[in-house]
Design a protein around this ligand. Sequence first.
Ligand SMILES: Nc1ncnc2c1ncn2[C@@H]1O[C@H](COP(=O)(O)OP(=O)(O)OP(=O)(O)O)[C@@H](O)[C@H]1O
Length: 304
Amino acid sequence: MDVETSAKGREALASVPNTPGAPKPDPIVVGDGITRTFGGLTAVDVEHIEIQRGVITALIGPNGAGKTTLFNLLTGFDKPDAGDWSFNGNRLAGLPAFKVARLGMVRTFQLTKVLSKLTVIENMRLGATGQRGEHFWLSMLPPLWRAQEQANTERADDLLRRFKLDAKREDFAGSLSGGQRKLLEMARALMVDPELIMLDEPMAGVNPALKQSLLGHVKSLREEGRTVLFVEHDMDMVRDISDWVIVMAQGKIVAEGRPEQIMADPAVIDAYLGAHHDADLSELDEARIEAEATAELDQEAKND
Ligand SMILES: Nc1ncnc2c1ncn2[C@@H]1O[C@H](COP(=O)(O)OP(=O)(O)OP(=O)(O)O)[C@@H](O)[C@H]1O
């Protein structure tokens, strides 16, 4: 993993067509026919998806588009109705999340899953074994880890310094701010030295002061040659750091491309706003708006 890998990855995307499910020159993830329904609702219906290695890909789309469900499926936190996908050529369908993590593909959560009653350093040590349920972690607390503990602690301390959380080392994770929890979750995910890190809404609940530092951390993951896939509603972040953008709506991939192209695509703007907002106002609309404005002004005048 090095800087060269990521520069090459971005260069390679220059020749990728802007079509949903477009093949990539060096995909780290390839998925086919992935569907997930909840009762009568089809949450995910992805015909084909490829994620290019060594770059930052943003997954965007309106609320309920199926982004988190797709994350859950790819990382073994949920099971699809149908579908097949691979990571580095290894088929993953059916593998539990902790095995997926050990293969080098980890994710963070929209609502962070740091364990609030454990300290920051304890949370980090737990990250070393991949991702399992909270009860599993608690059941294997001290005895089983001792052998690996020192190496893990050193790695954890390095990461805490990098994420500027070293001063919080002994604090309960529950006392951290929303942004610090996001940083802790990212740092914890790096304990297994993943090749692909998937971030679910890394900016949600993060105050403006921490946003810049979080952006810097995500960019540095790419500089190390890691692949980043993130779900985000914050369009400034998408524009600022992504090399490629995939758009989902109603479970499907509806567009893909470089950020500047995607942001200017009327189909994407429609998917978000659900309306042709750029259409000219009809005379009727104008008359209606004018009438409403006049009525409001009248009302204000009466209240004065
Ligand atoms: N466990 C579940 N049971 C029933 N319906 C679900 C479940 N999980 C997700 N859904 C539904 O599936 C659809 C896709 O949801 P999902 O959370 O994947 O969307 P999203 O694109 O991540 O949205 P957001 O941007 O709001 O996080 C939604 O209609 C949601 O209500």
